[in-house]
Design a protein around this ligand. Structure first.
Ligand code: HEM
Length: 445
């Protein structure tokens, strides 16, 4: 009865009052309600940044760990801001989007790379977690210097024949049915290539040991659960697994380092170079773990997707095939009786770099579509102004790469695989500063 009369009153009102007025009144009511709702839910303190708050900071922030992309996107939509913040335990995390925030994120000296990833993203083991003496080895600039020493052009050329042998041996094991599961088979290749580059021949030649290390690696990746990241001291299974896997990795690598230390056969594998430089076991293991955790996921996932995109795109598959054929024809001995997999070993690195524009475009486009994670920093030095807001010292910053990589104002039809978009005439990646972030951008550490 009451419902009936209410309906009647509304239907009468709607008959009596012009439609426009109703729309305006309804819009105003919605506007007022939203304003009330947002001012209650989202508050901004004197730093000018909207705080998405919530009843419990853990509940608000949980999707940051479980559905990071959706969490950031939906909160930018709700707040209609280019910057908002929330709490994770006692830490403030500031999410930013847009060109100005992006420039600050990549250029500002106060923002620290390693500190950013330390607490909020923790698959990589820290030797400090198992009470090892770790000194500076978790410092990214220390790691960068060592990488430059060990992964330079000359060393790549030296190791290329061995890498090709490793690949051939593993791919022969795939059989002749012409079907593979890239997310298993290609990952395996990437893992063993990374071990080859980051350790020593004894280990790189031992498939059983590599499998063991790979399973410990995945234990660590899987133990980076939200609870484990937030409460690393809690004796839950994920934390115990992480500690056990880190200890086991330490002991496996230690045994190979000792073998190299006591060997009379001189070699110049990574472990040998680091030993010759006087590094102790802990520092060498720190380096190897950093290589595995920096290298495997990104290289693995993008190699898989590049192959998948090529399988589904005839035009680019033909272009890449023609490019590979031209490399073999122009830079290897075509009359050689060597098996085909050995021949690319003689191609200089400079040729790989200069004469593979199609592969380059395919990799770039794969990274643009696939690499859409969230990059992190921590503001370690002083309060930092972004637009008219202030990011306090100690706060974390989060930048979601899709802000540029999947932005239709920068990349036309952003979900379409179209490597031509980087070519002359289109140059879509030049439309905004730092519009392509596949290999990182701005300051290095
Ligand atoms: C397809 C493969 C790879 C991709 C797409 C990739 C991508 C990236 C990106 C986007 C960043 C910047 C992250 C940020 O700004 O927060 C970065 C940083 C870094 N990556 Fe990679 N990476 C790859 C492979 C590797 C490998 C194999 C290594 C070493 C073994 C490595 C070592 C590093 C290091 C040391 C940094 C920090 C460097 C600095 O900015 O000073 N990456 N990488």
């Amino acid at each position: 009865m009451a419902a009936n009369s209410t309906t009647t009153i509304f239907s009468r009102i709607s008959q009596d009052i012009p439609v426009n007025f109703i729309n305006i009144a309804a819009a105003s009511a919605v506007g007022l309600l939203s304003a009330f709702f947002y001012s209650t839910l989202f508050s901004s303190r004197n730093d000018g940044i909207i705080d998405i708050g919530g009843v419990s900071s853990i509940l608000t922030a949980w999707p940051f760990f479980t559905k990071r992309y959706d969490f950031l996107k939906s909160n930018f939509q709700k707040t209609r801001e280019v910057i908002f913040k929330f709490k994770i335990l006692h830490h403030t995390v500031v999410a930013i989007r847009g060109e100005e925030g992006r420039k600050a994120f990549f250029d500002n000296k106060s923002l620290n790379f390693s500190e950013g990833y330390k607490i909020l993203m923790g698959a990589a083991p820290r030797l400090s977690d198992i009470s090892m003496n770790h000194k500076n080895i978790e410092h990214v600039s220390w790691f960068n210097k060592r990488l430059a020493q060990l992964l330079n052009r000359r060393r790549l050329e030296d190791v290329l024949p061995t890498l090709l042998e490793d690949l051939d041996r593993q791919m022969t094991g795939w059989g002749t049915e012409c079907t593979i599961d890239p997310f298993r088979n290609v990952y395996d290749l990437v893992f063993s290539m990374t071990v080859r580059m980051g350790t020593c021949d004894e280990l790189a030649r031992d498939p059983v040991a590599i499998k063991h290390i790979q399973s410990l690696y995945w234990t660590l990746e899987k133990s980076a659960t939200p609870t484990a990241l937030l409460l690393p001291w809690l004796p839950i299974r994920a934390n115990k697994n992480k500690e056990a896997a880190t200890k086991e990795l330490f002991s496996v690598f230690q045994s190979y380092i000792e073998q190299r230390r006591n060997s009379n056969a001189p070699r110049s594998d990574t472990i040998d170079v680091l030993l010759a430089d006087g590094l102790d076991n802990t520092a060498i293991i720190g380096f190897i773990l950093a290589v595995l955790f920096a290298g495997v996921i990104n290289t693995g996932i993008n190699s898989c997707w590049a192959l998948i995109f090529l399988c589904t795109n005839k035009e680019w598959r033909a272009k890449v095939q023609a490019e590979v054929n031209a490399l073999i024809a122009n830079h290897t001995n075509t009359t050689s009786s060597d098996p085909l997999h050995k021949r690319p070993a003689t191609i200089p690195v400079s040729v790989w770099e200069d004469e593979t524009p199609c592969m380059d475009a395919v990799i770039r486009e794969t990274l643009r579509i696939v690499f859409n994670g969230t990059l992190l920093r921590r503001n370690v030095e002083e309060d930092l102004g972004i637009k008219d807001k202030t990011v306090g010292k100690g706060a974390f910053l989060a930048y979601q790469v899709a802000d540029v990589h999947l932005n239709p104002d920068i990349y036309r039809d952003p979900l379409v695989f179209d490597p031509d978009r980087f070519g002359p005439g289109r140059d879509e990646d030049k439309k905004a500063q730092y519009a392509f972030l596949g290999w990182g951008a701005g300051r290095h550490y």
